[in-house]
Design a protein. Structure first.
Length: 256
């Protein structure tokens, strides 16, 4: 077992929790399992209707480090207006709406997450190759949300969760408390329980395990997440002026 380390950062991100297309399109406060698997499947050229292909990702385990939670933003969005009826948005019955579709779309602005992806070597190596040369480009929940660089920090980490705890530079967050006793508190979301019985965790249930991405029948199952606050070494904290250089140094060490 080994894994990848990904850094999800950009001007906007949006991690929808609902499979149905609703007029109010929300976002989770962290990257969902559905979005991550969708990103990998898109990079590998898996089509939405190929439900059986999702089995290849079932052995993956995700750990999310919340470097910066971002600020929620809501966009008033219209689509399909000012055109003949047959060029407006389609309905489920095979017709067209005949008018603009108005939605409110939620985003996280200026958020940063670092994600450890652990799984069988054959699976994570295949995903790493696909992310280097993607069939469809990765995005942060919606196609308009382009990721910053560096995006793929490690393609073969022996223990990617340990990388998050001890090695990956920490993006600055003005709301984070000042380092104390040589450590800084950072929020984590784990699919497994806390590392030790002494660690306190909030357990949250989310419905984001994808069973089908088919637009005609999206389906998701539930999973439990353990939300903790870990005290990371203060040496991981960076200033805005040195962050990019330190990330590049970290990412290029693997190649060296």
């Amino acid at each position: 077992m080994s894994g990848l380390v990904l850094r999800l950062a950009g001007p906007l991100q949006s991690w929808g929790e609902r499979s149905a297309f609703l007029l109010d399109r929300d976002t989770a406060p962290f990257p969902t399992r559905s979005a991550m698997i969708g990103m990998f499947a898109a990079a590998e050229g898996v089509h939405r209707h190929d439900t059986a292909a999702l089995e290849r990702y079932e052995d993956l385990e995700f750990t999310v480090r919340v470097d910066r939670p971002g600020t929620r933003l809501v966009d008033y969005h219209t689509a399909g207006g000012g055109r003949p009826k047959d060029e407006t948005a389609a309905t489920s019955g095979g017709s067209n709406k005949g008018a603009a579709v108005i939605t409110h779309r939620h985003y996280l602005a200026d958020a940063v997450f670092v994600v450890a992806v652990t799984g069988p070597d054959t699976t994570t190596d295949r995903i790493a190759r696909a992310l280097h040369e993607p069939y469809w480009a990765p995005y942060l929940g919606r196609r308009s949300c382009v990721p910053d660089e560096p995006f793929l920090l490690r393609t073969r980490a022996a223990d990617p969760t340990t990388e998050l705890l001890h090695h990956v530079p920490l993006s600055p967050d003005p709301a984070r408390p000042t380092p104390h006793d040589g450590t800084v508190p950072v929020a984590f979301l784990r699919e497994g329980p806390p590392l030790s019985a002494q660690d306190e965790a909030d357990v949250v249930t989310v419905q984001d395990v994808p069973r089908s991405f088919d637009p005609r029948g999206r389906r998701h199952d539930r999973r439990r997440l353990h939300r903790t606050v870990e005290h990371l070494p203060a040496r991981l904290a960076t200033s805005p002026h040195t962050l990019h250089h330190r990330l590049i140094d970290y990412a290029t060490k693997e190649a060296a």
